[in-house]
Design a protein around this ligand. Structure first.
Ligand code: ZN
Length: 131
């Protein structure tokens, strides 16, 4: 079993507590049920919806993802594609729309990961049990 941390569980669609159970039901952000998530971790039972309206805060996370992405996208054009700078304006909106399911999921996972610490005790236990 691999040691997990917040970054690992956010990027791999895992429960922030145990790093084992899935967070969203589908593996891919690009399926029709991309927004369906487990209410409790299938592996450790951690509540993935701590309170009603909890994920309103995830809006701030996705906002941050959009801003960071747009800045990076812009700097790539300025640095490497300067003659095609017009295409930045033409492509930015469709690209952001395509990234919406991905950022939606990333935002929810990272928002929950702020409040739930990885269970390092469990990692330690499993690691020694594997020896
Ligand atoms: Zn879990």
């Amino acid at each position: 079993m691999s040691a997990h941390n917040r970054i690992y569980s956010v990027l791999n669609n895992k429960c922030p507590r145990c790093g084992e159970g899935d967070f969203f039901i589908t593996k891919s952000a690009y399926s029709l049920r991309f927004d369906k998530m487990h209410r409790h971790c299938p592996s450790c039972g951690e509540s993935l919806v701590p309170e009603p309206g909890f994920y309103q805060g995830a809006l701030y996370m996705s906002y941050a993802f959009y801003v960071v992405f747009m800045l990076l996208y812009f700097f790539v054009f300025v640095a490497f594609l300067r003659p095609y700078l017009d295409y930045f304006l033409v492509t930015i909106i469709p690209v952001l729309i395509l990234l919406t399911p991905l950022f939606y999921r990333l935002a929810r996972r990272s928002w929950l990961a702020i409040f739930i610490a990885p269970d390092t005790q469990q990692v330690h236990k499993n690691a020694s049990a594997g020896n």
